[in-house]
Design a protein around this ligand. Structure first.
Ligand SMILES: Nc1ncnc2c1ncn2[C@@H]1O[C@H](COP(=O)(O)OP(=O)(O)OP(=O)(O)O)[C@@H](O)[C@H]1O
Ligand SMILES: [Mg+2]
Length: 264
């Protein structure tokens, strides 16, 4: 059975695509799923670099950690984007794709093949503006924006090609509970927009230094116990929100039974 495809995409730069993609990929690998990963951001390669760092860490530390098979998409390799995605999907339970913060034909092609499309956004009207415009007086939605139209077109293309559906999930990244009023307003606008445009809203990772500082080692907080590092109380909360993120994605159980189980 081919992999369930999870594509992380948002034209808005710095919205948390790569961070969310890495944490999702590792969390699923830790659960024992076969995970493959493709980075479409040929220039920055944050997703690929994170996993390079993980390979280097394992070599240095002599450790074996759950590890996705991964690659970077390069049109010069001679494979089309569809061939590359199909090849990676054939060997896995989950295929995770990270995309650059811009619109291009490869990103659109990937979105059209998504089973789950995850759009991380910072909890801000600036980020929300790509999906829907709000009235400045009452923060009600005035109209959907171009990114909602792009996903609409992708869904139509997908339905036409194989009759499949794209489950669109908007993930609220870098939540900061100190900004309660802004959080409520963005939540209300997202909720209204979700019904008009057809997506689900789920909480993502909150603002924490731990999500940035483990990059050079390619680790996530799910690995800390495995490498014998003390995971303090803050990490317990952080692991909880990562588990909630994965649960919110509502991924199919049948996308490959877990091969081994490791406590997260
Ligand atoms: N939950 C979080 N807590 C703290 N820092 C975060 C969090 N999520 C993302 N960041 C930081 O925000 C920045 C942007 O995140 P990331 O690179 O994941 O976004 P992106 O959407 O992939 O960006 P781009 O569009 O450039 O590819 C990075 O410095 C990252 O470490
Ligand atoms: Mg990125």
């Amino acid at each position: 059975m081919a992999a369930h495809r999870i594509i992380f995409a948002n034209e808005k730069g710095g919205s948390g695509k790569s961070t969310s993609a890495v944490h999702t990929a590792i969390a699923l690998a830790v659960k024992g799923h076969r995970v493959t990963a493709l980075d479409l951001d040929t220039r920055q390669r944050t997703f690929g670099r994170y996993l390079d760092n993980r390979v280097d860490y394992m070599k240095r530390a002599g450790a074996t950690l759950p590890m996705p098979a991964y690659g970077t998409f390069n049109p010069a390799d001679g494979f089309t984007i569809h061939e590359r995605l199909d090849n990676l999907a054939a060997e896995a339970d989950f295929l995770i794709v990270d995309t650059p913060g811009r619109d291009d034909d490869y990103v659109r092609a990937a979105i059209e093949t998504a089973d789950t499309l995850v759009t991380p956004i910072n909890d801000s009207f600036v980020d929300l503006d790509l999906i829907g415009q709000v009235d400045p007086d009452n923060y009600k939605i005035k109209r959907p924006s171009f990114y909602a139209e792009l996903v609409w077109d992708a869904r139509k293309a997908r339905a036409k090609s194989d009759g499949g559906t794209v489950d669109w999930v908007v993930l609220r990244n870098r939540l900061q509970h100190l900004e309660a009023r802004n959080m409520r307003r963005v939540a209300a606008a997202l909720s209204e927009l979700s019904k008009r445009v057809g997506f689900r809203v789920i909480p993502g990772l909150s603002e924490r230094v731990i999500y940035r500082e483990l990059f050079p080692k390619g680790l996530t907080l799910l690995d800390l116990a495995a490498i014998g590092e003390d995971a303090g109380l803050a990490h317990v909360a952080a692991r909880g929100e990562l588990r909630e993120l994965i649960a919110g994605l509502e991924l199919p159980e049948q996308a490959g039974a877990p091969k081994q189980t490791q406590a997260a």
